[in-house]
Design a protein around this ligand. Sequence first.
Ligand code: PBG
Length: 327
Amino acid sequence: MSFPVTRMRRLRRTAALRSLVRETIVLPRHLVRPLFVVPGETTRREIGSLSGQYQLGVQQTVASAVKSAELGITSFLFFAIPEYKDEVGSASWSRNGLVQQALRAVRAELPHVTLIADLCFCEYTSHGHCGVLVDDCLDNDATLKNLGKQAVSLAEAGADIIAPSGMIDGMVGSIRSDLDSEGFSDTIIMSYAAKYASAFYGPFRDAVQSAPQSGDRSGYQMDPANAREALREVELDLEEGADMVMVKPALAYLDIISQVAALSTVPVVAYNVSGEYAMVKSAAAQGWIDGERVMGEMLTAMRRAGADVIITYFADEFSEGVRAGRW
Ligand code: PBG
């Protein structure tokens, strides 16, 4: 039956009807808030390229996480700018590393939230690459050993989820066996399975000072032109025991999220990265777009594409909107 009997606009006539038939929902509990931990307990410094996001000392990190939790955010992802960097990034597996300290401190205040630790070396190495560098090339297998040390240290400090983000071959299987042999068989692995070599990470590298000193990451991160390869990455990570798989970035990769969601037998995560956030913030500051509506549209699109979970710098702002009844 078609027009005039069928009228698609019938279901769009009132806000109540529209919300009755809405297919995709975004709630604070679907969102993960990233946190950047820096030295100095009480430091609180806004990140120039990420307005509304801060580098926080451990004490400030706790205070800020408590506020998010009051808004309904239940998961946090930790990054740090360490006190020192070296060739291999050894600060990342120090028992008293900043992420380790922050994990313990947040856990003490918020026993029931989910704490996720990003597992990578680019913030910790003097050269800014994601592992051990040999002749200007990332040594895959030497990096695996160090990833295991960092993963165990983070699990010991209380991370519920370890999120390896370096696109190192075999990382999931290797981390799984290192965690299991140290007694952390319940620690979840959220793999950055399909992570693209993207210019959308610009503001993040600024936030954690992790831009490579020379070269770029296209030798290990994926070519934005490839979709089939993402499915292969996901397949391998699932075989190696990944508990969750991620696609990153999100906005320019909704097709990948959708294909991964169709294939994956575990929850799918999208990372709404720093550049995506910064674009919205800067255009909104100019009055060129309605930033809040664009935020909602983007997060909805990611969920519609198939993401179960979204890591996003909008976590607090979106949740405030939910509380105010705007979503
Ligand atoms: C690597 C890592 C990066 C991001 C998250 N984990 C940066 C990179 O690969 O260069 C980027 C996140 C963002 O842009 O918001 N540790």
